[in-house]
Write a protein that binds this ligand. Structure first.
Ligand SMILES: Nc1nc2c(ncn2[C@@H]2O[C@H](COP(=O)(O)OP(=O)(O)O)[C@@H](O)[C@H]2O)c(=O)[nH]1
Ligand SMILES: [Mg+2]
Length: 325
């Protein structure tokens, strides 16, 4: 056993030993590979970890192919946001209000049986929303938490006419059982095997009598844990604020690429995680740009038009970048 294995590595190894499913094993092995010191003395261990990872991945693929069916929705656009909530809170109504999709909407529970995606336009990009069956103590689809895990962010939707407190606690508990934590902001200190999902607590049906009072109570109780927004999906109240909030939830920036000597194409920006640097953007545009020399910058992040920036420059939403090889 080579010395100087980090505490992170040892923690992951411990989780691996206790793991009960292949998903847990895979996460632990990936973390071990990430945190193992990379030198000659650990080469055999690294190879062994890689072998075990690929074995589990293969087993998964075979299983999936045999099942021939998955609820997973293929991601499209700048990010995928899951609509999570109890029955009848207005998830499907919201999908209809914000996207091109035409889901079934009805005043009784369990209308939505299958995940249904729709694309929401936000300024110059599209974001995918996925309407889901409900979380309910009576019946919750076994695959529902996995849909949340696969999403980039979550709208936790409650009904200002109903009993939101029980609904919220039921959903949070149900997800935490399978190591999914809904959060306002991701915390680096949580163990790596907990999936953190940035979440907005969305309070629907602001048009019903008593809604403002319900909203105040929710703010009092959950305001520390989540950002809250009151809307009416039926009467289209506050939906523009919501579109912006959904974009903010994804923690992405939009960057326009400009070819030297040509006007910029403002229609279709690239999207990258917040905090991305020039070189990360360049590699997204084309792998040749690995050898990037410098770039010129316009837009909100530029000190002046055409400012020269280098590889580690952190980009801002709306920046226009001209790459030079
Ligand atoms: N008053 C009011 N009713 C709504 C609103 N949004 C949805 N509803 C109603 O609530 C019921 C359930 O809506 P639906 O979208 O099917 O809920 P889901 O089960 O969460 O998908 C339907 O009768 C909708 O018309 C809203 O903003 N205000
Ligand atoms: Mg529905």
């Amino acid at each position: 056993m080579p010395a100087n294995l980090s505490p992170e590595y040892l923690a992951a190894e411990k989780i691996l030993r206790a793991a009960k499913s292949n998903d847990e094993r895979l996460l632990a092995l990936e973390e071990m590979l990430r945190t193992i010191p990379k030198h000659k003395g650990t080469e055999k261990m690294q190879a062994d970890i890689r072998r075990r990872i690929s074995k589990i991945r293969q087993a998964r693929e075979t299983k999936r192919a045999r099942k021939g069916f998955s609820h997973r929705i293929v991601k499209e656009g700048a990010g995928q946001v899951a609509l999570v909530g109890a029955p009848n809170v207005g998830k499907s109504q919201l999908l209809q209000a914000l996207t091109n999709a035409e889901p079934e909407i009805a005043p009784y529970p369990f209308t939505t049986l299958m995940p249904q995606p729709g694309m929401m336009q936000f300024e110059d990009i599209q974001i995918q929303l996925v309407d889901l069956p409900p979380f309910s103590p009576e019946h919750t689809e076994t695959w529902l938490p996995e849909m949340v895990r696969a999403a980039d962010a979550v709208l936790l939707i409650v009904d200002l006419a109903g009993y939101p407190l029980q609904q919220i606690d039921f959903i949070l508990e149900r997800l935490e059982k399978v190591k999914i934590k809904l959060v306002k902001e991701s915390v680096p200190a949580l163990p790596f095997n907990i999936a953190q999902k940035r979440t907005l607590l969305l309070c629907n049906k602001s048009d019903v009598p008593g809604a403002p009072e319900s909203f105040e109570v929710l703010k009092e109780l959950y305001g520390g844990r989540f950002d809250l927004l009151a809307i009416s999906a039926k009467e289209n109240t506050n939906l523009d604020t919501l579109r912006r909030a959904i974009f903010d939830l994804l923690h992405i920036i939009r960057i326009h690429s400009k070819a030297p000597g040509k006007p910029v194409d403002l229609s279709a920006p690239f999207t990258l995680p917040k905090g991305s640097t020039l070189i990360e953007f360049a590699e997204t545009v084309h792998k040749d740009f690995e050898n990037l020399k410098f770039a010129r910058l316009w837009g909100p992040g530029a000190k002046f038009d055409g400012q020269t920036i280098h590889r580690d420059h952190v980009l801002q939403d709306g920046d226009i970048v001209e790459l030079h090889l």
